[in-house]
Design a protein around this ligand. Structure first.
Ligand code: CUA
Length: 362
């Protein structure tokens, strides 16, 4: 039977294929261009790509699984698309060729092959995945450091019950120590994720989700909330600082005691003293705690050693005098949606003294 419209049909087909190819390329390339254009400020570098830089045994296991899956699916993709393209070229209608091609039904060898090969591939993937899930969810024996991780809109609270330490947005860990994170939330669902160290774990209210971890090398690792949790979700970052056991113990001892004043000179100490008064006489104390003062609020981050942290607003701005003053006057400049109120009524002198006081808390 002749096909009078075959040529135009084929041309339309080629146009459609070209369009689909172009759309797929744009979809694949657009995230790359977006990331390339992102100008990250240096106080907030963001983590490297985790499969290339695993920082813990748990993450190494997950990375290995990722590479196994990538190679397996790469091989399947290459074979399937290779056979598809080869068949399209080899068996497409030739010029002058009329009528239906020779019809073929069934081929026992091929049927067996495409049943057995995928079954074996899926079995390998299943066993590797099950082993990784089992390994990373099995706590190692011995001495375990328990840490409570509590997600808040929009910051992280870290409690070390055995060390009597409570801190925010910066998590310290000793090397070589088995850690059990108890992950929960004070409000909505968040997700705790340090890409180089551990998998994503939801922080649910009234639920204790576990993550086990042991990090062997000292280093600084970036983490973030990975579950959309409201307006300031993007500014719910934290840092993990892994130190030698001795440095960690020194940090814990320092962190549970009141901040040591670092004011130098009488002018600076007068400024810090004024700042402390401003802090204690305003509503700051309703939400924030500072060990050694009457401030005991537990709604916002504990500020006892704020001066030794790297950022304010869970990664929203670098910690320095000028940004801290702007933050207190109007935190929404840095972090839209933040629950901390604005303090536009504070005089410039009061703001200056307050920021100097908070920075002195090391
Ligand atoms: Cu917390 Cu997103």
């Amino acid at each position: 039977m002749p096909f009078p419209q075959r040529k135009s049909v084929r041309r339309a087909g080629i146009r459609r294929s070209a369009f689909v190819l172009a759309a797929i390329s744009v979809a694949l390339l657009s995230p790359v261009t977006v990331f390339a254009k992102t100008n990250r400020p240096n106080w907030n570098p963001g983590p490297p790509w985790a499969p290339l830089a695993p920082g813990s045994g748990e993450m190494l296991e997950i990375s290995n699984l990722f590479w196994i899956m990538l190679v397996l699916s790469g091989i399947v993709f290459a074979i399937v698309s290779g056979v598809l393209i080869a068949s399209a070229v080899r068996y497409s209608a030739r010029r002058g060729q009329e009528g239906e091609p020779r019809q073929v039904f069934g081929n026992r060898a091929v049927e067996i092959a495409w049943t057995v090969v995928p079954t074996v591939i899926l079995l390998v993937a299943f066993i590797a995945t099950t082993k990784a899930i089992h390994d990373i969810n099995t706590p190692s024996g011995g001495n375990i450091l328990n840490i409570n991780v509590i997600g808040h809109q929009w910051w992280w609270e870290f409690q070390y019950p055995s060390l009597n330490v409570v801190t925010a947005d910066e998590l310290h860990l000793p090397t070589g120590q088995n850690v059990h994170f108890h992950i929960t939330s004070a409000d909505v669902i968040h997700s705790f994720w340090t890409p180089q160290l551990q998998r994503q774990v939801d922080a649910n209210p009234r639920q204790d989700n576990a993550v086990f971890l042991k990090v062997d090398q000292p280093g600084v690792y970036d983490g973030a909330c990975y579950e959309y949790c409201g307006e300031a979700h993007a500014w719910m970052k934290y840092r993990v600082i892994v130190q030698s056991p001795a440095a960690f113990q020194a940090w814990a001892k320092h962190d549970r005691s009141p901040a040591t004043g670092t004011a130098k000179g009488s002018h600076q100490s007068a400024l810090v003293a004024t700042g402390e008064k401003v802090f204690l006489n305003n509503t700051c104390v309703n939400c924030h705690a500072i060990t050694g003062t009457s401030a005991g609020g537990a709604v916002g981050p504990n500020l006892t050693h704020l001066g030794s942290r790297w950022t304010i607003g869970a990664g929203a701005a670098p910690l320095d005098q000028q940004d801290l003053e702007r933050w207190i006057a109007d935190p929404t400049t840095f972090k839209p949606g933040v629950l901390m109120p604005q303090y536009p009524f504070l005089s410039h002198q009061d703001l200056h003294a307050l920021a100097a006081y908070l920075l002195s808390l090391k």
